[in-house]
Design a protein around this ligand. Structure first.
Ligand code: AMP
Length: 281
């Protein structure tokens, strides 16, 4: 396994691999790896000759009041975990090498990015789309795996690939959870022991409405209220949003239909956690 820091070298190596007829699989991450990231690597590993993982805490997707500086980092541990998954190349650029001081071209998705996390984090998906477009140009992947944990991000990236004709297959990786149900996230590290216990309310609220839907409830305002009530009882839990939207358009729905996406974000102190499920009726 080799680590490449220079964007130019990454692109040269990738183009050489393509010329040699190799297929490239790609898993973009911000590092501080956990089983969720590793599951994406396992998925990609079976489907390509060369597996590239990027580790880059992308500054352009963080708002001014967000946790860019505090974001957890541990490159040595990440390197070890990548080696265990059979990763061939780690792309680990410095932020200064990825963006020129006078960068002025951005990729903006305009239909799916303004709701859910995009409403609470203005500019977030512009940063995500721009960095993923740049990474695709540098890594030249045939396929790239993204986690369903970030449901909106996945759909925004799929839309970008479709609308800008990137020759990349986007593969969806299922959400990996802790044994008690909390979706794995690098940000779980911020939680105190008590907040960690309280954080189970995200998954519990999703389980609650999944069960109501399976018993026939379709009315979104009553389903949403049962989630608000459950989370409202948890000390310190502050709801950022709970939304029921159509899976493909991310437009709000009033009645649950097949493939309604339920997504929520809840804050515990400064830590904002997200989770989601797709309801099948
Ligand atoms: P991040 O390092 O948080 O930017 O995440 C990198 C990739 O890992 C994204 O495609 C995420 O959706 C995915 N990911 C993060 N957490 C999980 C999880 N618990 N299960 C599956 N995929 C995940």
């Amino acid at each position: 396994m080799k680590t490449i820091k220079s964007p130019d070298e990454m692109q040269r190596v990738a183009l050489d691999l393509k010329r040699a007829g190799k297929t490239i699989g790609f898993v973009p991450t911000m590092g501080f790896l956990h089983e969720g990231h590793l599951s994406l690597m396992k998925l990609a590993r079976t489907r390509c000759d060369v597996l590239v993982v990027s580790i880059f805490v992308n500054p352009t997707q963080f708002g001014p009041a967000e946790d860019l500086d505090a974001y957890p980092r541990d490159f040595e541990r990440d390197e070890f975990l990548c080696a265990q998954q059979g990763v061939d190349l780690i792309f680990y650029p410095e932020p200064g090498a990825m963006y020129s001081a006078d960068s002025s071209v951005w990729v903006d998705e305009e239909a799916l990015s303004g709701v859910l996390c995009g409403a609470s984090r203005p500019g977030h998906f512009r940063g995500v789309c721009t960095v993923v477009a740049k990474l695709f140009n540098l890594v030249q992947p045939d396929l790239a795996v993204f986690g369903e944990k970030d449901a909106q991000q996945l759909r925004v990236i799929e839309r970008m690939v479709r609308d800008l004709n990137f020759p990349v297959e986007i593969v969806r990786g299922p959400i990996v959870r802790e044994p008690d149900g909390l979706a794995m996230s690098s940000r779980n590290k911020y939680l105190s022991e008590e907040q960690r216990r309280h954080a189970l309310c995200l998954r519990r609220s999703l389980d609650l409405i999944t069960s109501s839907v399976s018993k026939g409830t379709r009315n979104v305002s009553s389903l949403r209220k049962s989630m608000v009530d459950l989370i409202g009882e948890i000390p310190g839990a502050e709801i950022d949003y709970i939304e029921f939207v159509a899976d493909d358009s991310l437009k709000p729905v009033l009645e649950v239909a097949d493939r309604t996406l339920v997504a929520l974000a809840v804050k515990f102190g400064k830590t904002r956690l997200i989770d989601n499920t797709v309801l099948v009726v």
